[in-house]
Design a protein around this ligand. Sequence first.
Ligand SMILES: [Zn+2]
Ligand SMILES: [Zn+2]
Length: 208
Amino acid sequence: MQPVTLDGKGTLDDISFVISAVLPLFRFEEQKTQINQPIVQVPKYVFNSARQQYRSDRLLSWLEQTLKLSNNIKLVALCNFDAYFGNYNFCFGHAIIGGSVAAVYLQRLLPHSYTDGDDRLRDLFQNRLIKEVVHELGHTFGLRHCFRNSCVMHKSKSINDTDNKNEKFCNICSNSFGLHPKSLDHSRKHNAGYCRNNSVRPIMINTE
Ligand SMILES: [Zn+2]
Ligand SMILES: [Zn+2]
């Protein structure tokens, strides 16, 4: 987990709840997960000043180049700002299918009337964040969007879609992901081959 906290605005004091929720779903081992020190500055070209939004595609590329992650590492950036990519107005999250980096943008996950001390709204926010992190991590492991609207891999066009889905994978997604390691190996190999071809841009997908 990589907090990206710009302009001195903290959104999360403690993100260990995300790790606790994600560990069992991906069968990660606790000792192998970590929360990095926050990144507090990104290059200027990541920001689109005309739109007053950050460019998610550029952020992911920059993170990948800067952090030089080894093949078996998956990194999720938890970002305290709004971002977009391509023709979208915004994105809740973004990942490269089969890649090593993903980002979740917290601003639009915050309930409108959120104030400190409101447990119900804090739970709602945390729930949304967990779903988005699981969704993006799912993409980094090769999963694509799922047509079942209760599945965490269902595409969220609005925050209602996020609220209506579960934080878990449906049977089909979990079968193709965790329960049949061979199919996961296959998707990894496939994506590794794809990414080696530098003339082809990585597939960017979004979670709106
Ligand atoms: Zn599914
Ligand atoms: Zn998605």
